[in-house]
Design a binder for this molecule. Structure first.
Ligand SMILES: *Cc1c(COP(=O)(O)O)cnc(C)c1O
Length: 372
């Protein structure tokens, strides 16, 4: 049996007629950059996220940079964030000339350890940028109270967390700004790059709309120095076809997670691997199902590859140890939980179209590995 980490074929084939019709509408309208399909998608997405405004842009990475720009974060400012995430979480901070300040992760959910944040706040701190890693929200209730107490902005990197919830609130509607990605492997994936920024603040929304078109509120009148970063018409049209299916896909991801939990328990594997923990009051949407395997992670990964099972490591090098961030002065041992996670995490297939017998094959293969 073959179990890829992610297989979009079935999803795309099912939607092919609708997607082709949507692409035809964009072609007929000649609206390739922004346009009506994007405007309609922005409205639908803002409603889905329970945010007042959504501003489409070229990628999740750009969404984060635009968020920093809109909040006037720049040289001399510090932004507190996590070392255990995708690169763009941190490069967005450095791209605007600000300094990332890393706080270690909580080993339970691998999100920011909120108890360590206040110790890192200085008079230069402007914002906290939590990541809702793998599809489970950070402790936004606590983060909001810290942010309010110290007058800091909260920027949610919600790229992996569309539709996830904390205390009944949707990711992207809780902080000052939320940033999403439509990279094809996200739960709502486009057919190319794309991103969106959500906010409840009308002034920020209009500034973000200008920043994505070189900072111009009126054509050729540049109030700010922005980016060229728009969501294109084809992506908007495709994402509009997909959005109504998102809740069903999320449900199936959650059911797959339940199946894994049952099978790992049935096969007596719970002492050998650590499964993802769902914290109370959070709705996990399982962009990734990440297990932890001490000492033998790489060996297990290789064994599963031999069995035609796709897995991946998110992330093998914590961001404070990346070569390009050496100038920040961090060294090995500074953020031990992030460094430990980099050594023992392994993402298993969890996509909605995955079949129960495939999940059984994955867990059987893991049981075989440990029995060897
Ligand atoms: C995917 C991702 C991004 C970047 O999104 P792109 O659309 O690929 O630029 C940023 N942060 C996190 C946590 C991500 O997973």
């Amino acid at each position: 049996m073959k179990v890829p980490l992610l297989d979009l074929k079935e999803q795309n084939e099912t939607l092919r007629p609708e997607i082709e019709a949507a692409l035809g509408r964009v072609l007929d309208a000649n609206a390739f950059i922004l346009g009506d399909e994007v405007a309609a998608f922005e409205k639908e997405l803002s409603e889905y996220c329970n945010a007042s405004f959504a501003i489409g842009c070229a990628s999740g990475s750009d969404a984060l940079v635009l968020a920093m720009m809109a909040l006037d974060i720049g040289p001399g400012d510090e932004v507190i964030t996590t070392p255990y995430s995708f690169f763009a979480t941190v490069s967005a901070i450095t791209r605007v000339g600000a300094t990332p300040v890393f706080v270690d992760i909580d080993p339970v959910d691998m999100n920011l350890d909120v108890s360590q944040i206040e110790g890192k706040i200085t008079e230069r701190t402007k914002a906290i940028e939590p990541v809702h890693l793998f599809g489970q929200c950070s402790d936004m209730t606590e983060l909001q109270s810290i942010a309010a107490k110290h007058g800091l902005h909260l920027v949610e990197d919600a790229a992996q967390a569309i539709g996830s919830e904390e205390a009944g609130r949707r990711a992207g509607s809780i902080g000052k700004i939320g940033c999403f990605s439509f990279y094809p492997s996200k739960n709502l994936g486009g057919m190319g790059d794309g991103g969106i920024i959500t906010t409840n603040d009308e002034n920020l929304a209009s500034r973000l709309k200008a920043l994505r078109v070189h900072g111009a509120e009126k054509r050729y009148h540049h109030r700010w120095i922005g980016l060229n970063s728009r969501l294109d018409g084809f992506q908007g049209a495709i994402l509009r076809v997909k959005l109504p299916h998102l809740d069903d896909w999320t449900l199936r991801r959650r059911q797959n997670a339940d199946t894994y939990r049952r099978l790992f328990a049935d096969k007596g594997l719970l002492d050998l691997v650590t499964l993802p923990t769902e914290l109370e009051g959070r709705k996990h949407i399982y962009n990734q199902f990440v297990i932890r395997v001490e000492d033998r992670r790489d060996e297990l990964k290789a064994y599963l590859a031999e069995k035609n099972i796709g897995t991946d490591i998110y992330y093998p090098i914590p961001l404070h140890l990346q070569e390009c961030f050496a100038y920040l002065g961090y060294k090995k041992g500074d953020l031990p939980e992030a460094e430990k996670a980099a050594l023992d995490t392994l993402a298993l297939p969890i996509y909605p179209e995955l079949k129960a017998d495939q999940i059984e094959y994955v867990t059987d293969s893991i049981a075989e590995f440990f029995a060897k």
